[in-house]
Design a binder for this molecule. Structure first.
Ligand SMILES: [Zn+2]
Length: 155
């Protein structure tokens, strides 16, 4: 069983040094920092479901938890970007791959880390070495060379 809010379970035990120590588990919008940074959004899907993910088309999603690695470098920082993920209103425009998943899944929480540098691909690389996680190919990585920025665990 993988615990979403246990740092070592998500990022791996060998990576507890330096940057990973800066990650904090957040479940409420008002606890999100206004600075820029990186984050790992955790979503949960209760039942297997075929989800349309923009131009990628139908994605066979199994029940379990989904971890999306992103960064918030724009105005409003993490509060703005992650706050947008936290909200799930019907009128929300589906813009990024993760928006399509978010619309069909429930929010568990988010690991957030204040940082001036964009380090989402390094974080994604860490998660790719976690034996409990499987990358969802091509999802969330249109702008980089990673295999994907979304990871799955079957709990
Ligand atoms: Zn990447």
């Amino acid at each position: 069983m993988m615990n979403y809010n246990e740092k070592a379970a998500v990022f791996g035990r060998q990576s507890l040094a330096s940057t990973i120590n800066e990650f904090n588990w957040v479940t409420a919008t008002d606890a999100l920092p206004k600075q820029s940074g990186s984050y790992v959004l955790v979503l949960h899907l209760d039942d297997d479901k075929l989800i349309q993910v923009g131009k990628l088309g139908g994605l066979d999603c199994r029940a379990g938890s989904y971890y999306y690695v992103g960064s918030a470098m724009g105005p409003g920082g993490l509060a703005s970007r992650v706050g947008r993920h936290f909200r799930n209103t019907k009128d929300k425009k589906l813009r990024w791959h993760i928006d399509y998943l978010r619309a069909q899944m429930s929010l568990v929480g988010c690991w957030v880390m204040v940082s001036e540098a964009r380090i989402e691909c390094e974080i994604s690389e860490l998660l790719s070495h976690n034996p409990n996680l499987t990358v969802i190919s091509k999802v969330g990585s249109s702008d980089c060379s990673c295999a994907g920025h979304v990871y799955f665990a079957p709990q």
